[in-house]
Write a protein that binds this ligand. Sequence first.
Ligand SMILES: Nc1ncnc2c1ncn2[C@@H]1O[C@H](COP(=O)(O)OP(=O)(O)OP(=O)(O)O)[C@@H](O)[C@H]1O
Length: 315
Amino acid sequence: MTETLSRPIVPGAGPPHPVETSGLTKRYGDLVAVDSLDLTVRTGEVYGFLGPNGAGKTSTLRMLLGLVRPSAGAVRLFGRPPGAPGQLDRVGALIEGPACYPYLSGWDNLRVLARLTGTPPIRIRTVLEMVDLADRAGDRYASYSLGMKQRLGVAAALLKDPRLLILDEPTNGLDPAGMADMRALIRRLAAAGCTVLLSSHLLGEVQQICDRVGVVSRGRLVAESTVAELRGTAGVRVLAEPLDGAEERVRALLGPDRVRVVDGGLDLSVDPDRAAWLNTELVGAGVAVRELRPLERDLEQVFFELTGGGAGHVG
Ligand SMILES: Nc1ncnc2c1ncn2[C@@H]1O[C@H](COP(=O)(O)OP(=O)(O)OP(=O)(O)O)[C@@H](O)[C@H]1O
């Protein structure tokens, strides 16, 4: 979970992280869009930056890339500020959709970009294959589906063979098939060793592909952990026979408020560490225990609690 105080970015303390921010803040007039953000993205992970619309995600990513100046705080990418020499080669990004020429083919769009960035043209085929667009590379950009346009945007971001890829809402507006393609692409890139930071307001999205998530609400980081940690454990699920005998025993042990009958089993509000004790007690009461396992919290509920029920789709 987050620390309450901003910690300084200490140079030389181990290999630098792909992304590290300290006290990162952005104000637009009176509005604090990003509020003292301490964020760390580690090498090789897919990090999901999750929050409702307007939470400050795009503003944060733009500061990471040096596209807007922070009002306060610091950003380090691989230990160096965003504009430092060589940074453009290490970091690829897709922010707010790709900017392409509609009348040119996907291939030619990348050729223009490769020329501008001094990338050897041979790299174009590689990145088109990576995003699964090689077959349609000769077609006009205007004829592409939204998913294909997004994937071409990722291809453009990959031209320089970056070690860090920053994607702003990469699945926004895509249909389920387009989303699945994008998820598969991100997984492939991560497997190939690229660190990925992506923003999303879709909870279902990040939990499927991200190693860790940072949850942002009204500009503040309200949680940073793995999806499993975020979900945590909320109790114990028991399947036993006879169920009424089990229910009677656990009500006597825990109190009636901590026992609920759900779908032919019992959901108990009790620390999962007490499972062995519960098992012994139930068996001692002549109950056959078929299953006893930790009960996970509903992730949507966690997200709503963390973001104060903030607006935004959680898919
Ligand atoms: N250039 C700007 N001038 C004034 N206010 C801005 C500017 N850019 C963003 N904001 C405001 O800052 C807040 C955070 O916006 P931001 O776009 O960073 O959030 P977000 O989490 O990316 O949301 P979304 O998913 O809707 O883009 C919002 O209230 C937005 O209206």
